[in-house]
Ligand binder design. Structure first.
Ligand code: AMP
Length: 281
């Protein structure tokens, strides 16, 4: 598996594949890979002949007090995992390739970014849409695969690609979980042993709350009880626990089986901020 660091080299390989009649998928990541990322590569290979993974810890999507400097980085290990998964190329650009001197363009998606992680992490999704717009334009792939684990990100990227007529088709892939239900995340490695034992409570409480809402409970009170349960389980604070429509992320008061909706949660445990989401009903 070749590792390339310039847009020219990336495009040359993608062009060569497409000239040979092969379809190409791109899988954007920030590295520190786990089985969730690997599943995206496998998913991509079901939809395309060749997969390009990207590895870039994008500074513009981190807040001032967030973990940009300490974000885990191990390119050699990541490359080995990608190669084993059948990835054909890794694009791992430096910051100056992505944001050269004089870079001045913002990409912002309104509405979808107001709530949930958009409210808890101001500016985060502007950084995400900015870097994903660049990666999609750089790769010129047929499809791009994103995890449903970051459902709001998937919604934002899908809307951006539609609004900007980016021809790459956006595909969502299911969340991969540990055996105890914890959604895999690069940030899980921040957890101490004791915190790791508490962490599955997020998925468990979310599943229980989703079942209550699907069974007719009002979403607001059910989510407030869920927040209390998370704090009692040992979470330091809860950014949100909410039921929203799957497509537009509009607030949901009561479950309506004709409208797809999901429960979304984000909570702090030790120095990790964990997020998850799952269907209601
Ligand atoms: P990240 O490296 O955390 O920016 O994630 C890169 C991609 O992997 C994103 O599309 C994420 O949604 C996806 N991803 C992260 N964790 C998981 C998981 N547990 N299951 C499936 N996809 C995931």
């Amino acid at each position: 598996m070749e590792i390339v660091r310039t847009v020219e080299d990336l495009r040359a390989q993608v062009r060569a594949w497409r000239a040979a009649g092969l379809t190409v998928a791109v899988v954007p990541t920030m590295g520190a890979l786990h089985e969730g990322h690997v599943s995206l590569v496998r998913h991509a290979l079901e939809h395309a002949d060749r997969v390009v993974a990207t590895l870039f810890v994008n500074p513009t999507q981190f807040g001032a007090n967030e973990d940009l400097d300490s974000y885990p980085r191990d390119e050699a290990r990541d490359a080995g995992m990608l190669q084993a998964a059948g990835c054909g190329m890794l694009f791992a650009p430096g910051v100056t390739v992505m944001y050269p001197d004089g870079f001045a363009t913002r990409v912002e998606v309104d509405g979808l970014t107001d709530a949930l992680c958009g409210a808890a992490r101001p500016g985060h999704f502007n950084g995400v849409s900015q870097v994903v717009a660049k990666l999609l334009n750089q790769a010129q792939a047929d499809i791009a695969v994103f995890g449903q684990k970051d459902w709001q990100q998937l919604a934002v990227v899908t809307r951006m690609a539609r609004d900007l007529d980016i021809p790459t088709r956006i595909i969502g892939a299911p969340t991969v979980r540990e055996a105890d239900g914890l959604a895999m995340s690069s940030r899980n490695r921040y957890l101490s042993e004791a915190e790791r034992a508490v962490a599955p409570a997020l998925a468990r409480v979310m599943r229980e709350t989703a079942e209550q809402v699907a069974g007719g409970a009002e979403a607001g009170p059910a989510c407030r009880a869920g927040i209390d349960a998370l704090l009692a389980a040992g979470f330091r604070s809860v950014d949100y626990l909410e039921v929203r429509t799957a497509d537009d992320l509009a607030p949901v008061t009561r479950f309506n089986p004709t409208v797809a909706c999901r429960i979304f949660g984000a909570a702090h445990l030790g120095r990790a901020r964990l997020i998850d989401n799952m269907p209601v009903g």
